[in-house]
Design a protein around this ligand. Structure first.
Ligand SMILES: Cc1cc2nc3c(=O)[nH]c(=O)nc-3n(C[C@H](O)[C@H](O)[C@H](O)COP(=O)(O)OP(=O)(O)OC[C@H]3O[C@@H](n4cnc5c(N)ncnc54)[C@H](O)[C@@H]3O)c2cc1C
Ligand code: FES
Length: 343
């Protein structure tokens, strides 16, 4: 039986097929809801169930605890309606703007700018270029049907007559996909991709100053956002914090320095958590979100875009809202969850 979901306060309704999770139906019909991992791990899709009944598929209690569920909260990515439902959720204008589609992609190049980071350039079909918002991601569809998500590191305007996406991948030893990327993958290999996905992208209708917060390869979508701001000649004030362990992990340090030189409104603050003696590091140290808190004790008029390790995203969300007065709905994030976070 097909059910109807209505999203409040927007008042938008859409259909849900039997056994279909709410989010999947929303994406299919271009309805913009907040989400990240689509797999019960990150909590970005947490919404309130106002009316009706859902059954949750497997998910992490960190994303939705039993108490939260009992109090009427739900994860749209793994909630399957048993009746018509009414949901209270932030609507994300533009999240469903570009149709999600599957396409083949070909490895144009693989480089290793840091020991555990690969930059993949994937060629896409030229006849119908991929359209996306700076900050969104694609999924590789692997042979066994498993999927892995990676954020575009180049801005949408770069999809010209030779469309290609740049992806930054951190090697997770023992990982299904990144073991392959750091092992057997070679140029000209063909992989299936699907996208664009995600509600982590620049909100362009706001004039507020921006804090960009990246850890590790969380820099990928942040780079796309910077390229986009530069392309649009935005005059919004932007401060980029990029946290890594040691200097070698800041794999595009020179790119970020050059961007800050070209954009008078961009300031770049690299932060190392474990600088090595031979780094001769004189810059900031410690946890990257703590550097933001030290510089911006009052974030009540800002937007923050955070991306990377789940622990960084969680800590930033909690501490910037509770201690720096950042409005909860001005925190935008993608948490790079993996299989390690789902068991
Ligand atoms: C929205 C989104 C965007 C993302 N964008 C990026 C990006 O731009 N760049 C990037 O580097 N990453 C990104 N990620 C993470 C990425 O999708 C993958 O999760 C990551 O690359 C690991 O994939 P993998 O197949 O190599 O490892 P997985 O197979 O997912 O394994 C990850 C780790 O967990 C361990 N593991 C596997 N199975 C288990 C188990 N059952 N129990 C315990 N441990 C287990 C593995 O040994 C490995 O160390 C993103 C994730 C999301 C959700
Ligand atoms: S928990 Fe639903 S999108 Fe991540």
């Amino acid at each position: 039986m097909t059910f109807t979901a209505t999203v409040q306060p927007a008042g938008r309704s859409f259909n849900i097929e039997p056994d279909e999770p709410v989010l999947q139906a929303a994406i299919r019909q271009g309805v913009g809801l907040p989400y990240g991992c689509k797999d019960g791990a990150c909590g970005s899709c947490k919404s309130r169930l106002l009316e009706g009944r859902v059954v949750h598929g497997a998910h992490q209690s960190k994303a939705l605890s039993a108490d939260e569920e009992a109090a009427g909260m739900m994860l749209t990515c793994c909630a399957v309606p048993q009746t018509d439902v009414v949901i209270e959720a932030r609507s994300v204008p533009g999240a469903g703007q570009f149709a999600v589609r599957k396409m083949p992609s070909r490895v144009l190049s693989i480089t290793r700018p840091a020991p555990d980071v690969a930059v993949l350039t994937m060629q896409l079909p030229a006849n119908d270029p991929l359209r996306y918002h700076a900050g969104q991601y694609i999924e590789f569809i692997l042979r066994d049907g498993a999927r892995r998500s990676y954020s575009m590191a180049n801005a949408p305007h770069t999809q010209t007559d030779k469309p290609a996406i740049e992806l930054h991948l951190r090697h997770m030893p023992g990982g299904l996909f990144t073991d392959h990327v750091f092992g057997a993958m070679k140029e000209k290999d063909i992989l299936r991709v699907e996208g664009p996905f995600g509600s982590f992208f620049l909100r362009e209708d706001s004039p507020k100053p921006i804090v960009l917060l990246a850890s590790g390869t969380g820099f990928a979508p942040i780079k796309a956002i910077i390229e986009h701001l530069q392309f649009k000649a935005s005059t919004r004030s932007v401060t980029l914090y990029w946290g890594c362990r040691s200097k070698a992990d800041l794999y595009l340090h020179d790119w970020a320095l050059a961007a800050a030189q070209q954009m008078p409104n961009l300031r770049y603050v690299p932060v190392l958590s474990e600088p090595r003696a031979d780094d001769a590091w004189t810059g900031r140290t410690g946890l990257v979100h703590r550097a933001v808190m030290a510089d911006w004790p009052d974030l009540s008029g800002h937007q923050v875009y955070a991306c990377g390790a789940p622990i960084m995203v969680e800590s930033a969300q909690r501490d910037l809202v509770a201690q720096c007065g950042l409005p909860a709905d001005e925190f935008y994030a993608d948490s790079f969850t993996s299989e390690a976070d789902k068991h």
